[in-house]
Ligand binder design. Sequence first.
Ligand SMILES: C[S@@+](CC[C@H](N)C(=O)[O-])C[C@H]1O[C@@H](n2cnc3c(N)ncnc32)[C@H](O)[C@@H]1O
Length: 260
Amino acid sequence: MNQRRRKIKAPRNYYYRVHEERYRSILGSGASFRDKGMQSYVARAWQEFKAFSGLATGSKGLESGCGTGINTINISLEGFDMLGLDISSTAIKKASTLAEEKGSDARFEVGDMFETRFPEASFDFIVNIWTLHVVGEQQMRDRHLRECSRILKSGGWFFLHNESSERDILDPEEEIIIEEVDKWNIPEHTKTFTKANGKEVQVSFPAHMPEGLSGRRSLREHHEELNRAGFKILKSWEEIMKPSLEVQGNRIMVAFVRKV
Ligand SMILES: C[S@@+](CC[C@H](N)C(=O)[O-])C[C@H]1O[C@@H](n2cnc3c(N)ncnc32)[C@H](O)[C@@H]1O
């Protein structure tokens, strides 16, 4: 097929810079950030996954892209041996403090989910909560999923909870070429957060990725990329997450997946 080519400029090393800067800005403002508990819709899907997979207490789990650690901590408090991995050292520092405050023995470390230091077959399960959707380049998503497959034990489980799209995102007639550039071209967002004292604070931080890329995929595209990485999808669905009356609904996908 003769594909059209679309070029997207991406700053070198932007995953580290974007996420580190986001956490520095948000946490540095004194905002309370994902420190209460797992979001209710994530918690619901996780409980269903736990029952479905029958994971034994004490199983060894990894949260890939754990951020400030609330999911890793909650899962560890349910009796699992958890490690949280994230590219942002600011997030990992916060996660370690939060674990101590909550009496969790989860461990945290800074690392790159595209290329981890873990030997093959290190984990019984991996969770990916709102992390695949920060990856727009299909080749990087494939690389991350292959890495998850490599470090999972045979028969290991994979739980995904990420933003999705009603329609396919990738156009088969288009080839996206990523051009690494030195110039910073990632747009800024401003959002209101609440501090522990109840006061509101406005924080500006970089968007997740360069314009023109999207980390969303349709459920069909999620199936395709998971299959490519050697996974079997045992259950998957989409739902509209509506955290509050003021917030617009957001489509998310949930998948219970196994390394075959
Ligand atoms: C939207 S946040 C979700 C955090 C967490 N899972 C949660 O639900 O609170 C996405 C996370 O992926 C992390 N991340 C992005 N690229 C990464 C990479 N290459 N390696 C490890 N973590 C990465 C970011 O630092 C960020 O914490």
